[in-house]
Design a protein around this ligand. Structure first.
Ligand SMILES: Cc1ncc(COP(=O)(O)O)c(C=O)c1O
Length: 364
C-alpha cells in the first residue's frame, strides 16, 4: 500500500523530519527547556513574515485554529467599539458567532459563499453609520478556496483607522500578508496547515503595543491571553498544560519552512501543485467552482460532475491513497475540495493524476 496523502485542509501529510521531531523526548512543560522552546517558537512565528518581526509578538495556545480565532476576538475586539465582520463562507460566519457568544458589539456584512467580499459596500459603511473600530475577516476562506482581496479591504481599514483582525488559519505561511498596508492589529493561525506541523497548537500574532495594553477581560478563563502573554514573554511558562510533542513538531516545521525558502517558496510549490491538478481535472471535464484566478494557492474547489456523487469520488481516491475533502453546508453535495499543503512530492502528484484519471475517466 503506498503512503496516504492528505488533500484535506489540514492536518497535512508530515515530512519525515517533522514526524521524527514528535518523539524528541519526554519533557515537562514547567521546566526551563520547555520555556526556552516556547520562546523560540514564538520568535520564529513572528519571523515568518520578515516585516512583522519588529512589531508583532506571538502567543501559543493548546487548541485548534478556532481556539486562536476565538482568543483573538475575545481579547482584541472592543467591548466599547464595534467590530464589522466581512463573511463569505463558514469561517467568516464563525467569527460573527464567536463575537455573539462573547457579547461583543458587532455587525455582519454577509456575502454569498461564492461571492467575493465587497470593498465598495465596506467603504460606504465605514464612511457612514456608527463608528466601526475593528474589521474581522478571513484571508483564505477555506469553504470555497477563495483568497479574499485584503489589499482592498486593508487599504480601507488603514484609510479609516480601523484595526484589522484576521483569521489566517489556512493561509499563514503560504500567502502574502502586508501588516502595514492592511492596518493589521492581530491574526490567528494554527500549526497544522500551511506551516506543516501537527494539530494541537494554534497561535495569535498581535502588535506588541496591543499585548501590553491587554485589559485581561476576555470573558473566558482558558482564552484570556493576558496571562499567556505575561508568561510566555516573561519566564516562558504558560498558564495551562502545553502540547509538548506538538511543540517539538512545530519547531521543526518552522525550521523546515525557513530552510525551504519561507512562505514565498511554499506558495510557489502549492501553486505548482494546484496547476497540475487543475490541468488534469479540466482534461477530465471536472470544472472549478470559482474562477481559477480567485483561488488561493492552498486549496481549490471543484464541482461534482452531474450524475456523480462526492462519496463515490472520495472512496475511489481513498482506495488509491488520497484523502480529498467534502464541501460544507449548502455545497456539501455539489463540491469537493483539494488542498495542496503538506509533504506532497512529485511522485505523489503523478500518482494522484493517474488516480484522478481512473476515477473520472471514461473507463470508470
Ligand atoms: C479559515 C479557517 N478558519 C478557522 C478554521 C478552524 O480551524 P480548526 O478546525 O482547527 O478549529 C479553519 C479550519 O479549516 C479554517 O480553514
Amino acid at each position: 500500500m503506498p503512503r496516504q496523502i492528505l488533500l484535506n485542509p489540514g492536518p497535512v501529510t508530515l515530512s519525515e523530519r517533522v514526524r521524527r521531531a514528535l518523539s524528541a523526548g519526554d519533557w515537562c512543560h514547567r521546566e526551563p527547556e520547555f520555556a526556552a522552546l516556547t520562546r523560540e517558537i514564538n520568535a520564529a512565528l513572528a519571523r515568518v513574515y520578515a516585516p512583522m518581526a519588529a512589531e508583532f509578538e506571538a502567543v501559543c495556545l493548546t487548541g485548534s485554529g478556532t481556539a486562536a480565532v476565538e482568543a483573538m476576538l475575545a481579547n482584541f475586539a472592543a467591548d466599547d467599539g464595534l467590530t464589522l465582520v466581512l463573511a463569505n463562507g463558514v469561517y467568516g460566519e464563525r467569527m460573527a458567532a464567536i463575537l455573539a457568544a462573547h457579547g461583543k458589539p458587532h455587525e455582519l456584512m454577509q456575502r454569498d459563499w461564492q461571492a467575493p467580499l465587497d470593498p465598495a459596500a465596506l467603504a460606504e459603511r465605514l464612511a457612514s453609520g456608527p463608528r466601526v473600530t475593528h474589521v474581522a475577516t478571513v484571508q483564505h476562506e477555506t469553504t470555497t478556496g477563495r483568497l479574499n482581496d485584503l489589499d482592498a479591504v486593508g487599504a480601507l481599514c488603514r484609510e479609516h483607522d480601523v484595526a484589522l483582525l484576521l483569521d489566517a488559519v489556512s493561509s499563514f505561511g503560504a500567502e502574502a500578508i502586508d501588516a502595514e498596508a492592511w492596518n493589521l492589529a492581530a491574526l490567528a493561525a494554527t500549526a497544522n496547515k500551511c506551516l506543516h506541523g501537527v494539530p494541537g497548537i494554534s497561535f495569535v500574532l498581535a502588535r506588541s503595543a496591543l499585548w501590553q495594553a491587554l485589559p485581561g477581560r476576555a470573558g473566558s478563563v482558558y482564552l484570556d491571553l493576558a496571562p499567556y502573554y505575561a508568561g510566555q514573554h516573561g519566564d516562558g511558562y504558560s498558564p495551562f498544560t502545553q502540547a509538548v510533542q506538538v511543540a517539538f513538531a512545530l519547531r521543526e516545521a518552522l525550521a523546515e519552512l525557513a530552510d525551504g525558502g519561507g512562505w514565498q517558496a511554499r506558495r510557489a510549490a502549492y501553486l505548482e501543485r494546484a496547476r497540475r491538478i487543475h490541468a488534469q481535472l479540466s482534461e477530465l471535464g471536472v470544472a472549478t467552482l470559482l474562477d481559477p484566478a480567485d483561488y488561493s494557492a492552498v486549496l481549490w474547489s471543484y464541482r461534482v460532475p452531474d450524475g456523480d456523487r462526492y462519496a463515490r469520488i472520495h472512496d475511489a481516491l481513498k482506495a488509491e491513497g488520497f484523502v480529498i475533502y467534502a464541501g460544507q453546508g449548502e455545497l456539501a453535495r455539489r463540491v469537493f475540495r483539494v488542498a495542496h499543503m503538506g509533504d506532497i512530492r512529485a511522485a505523489d502528484l503523478e500518482r494522484l493524476c493517474a488516480a484522478l484519471e481512473r476515477s473520472f475517466g471514461a473507463g470508470r
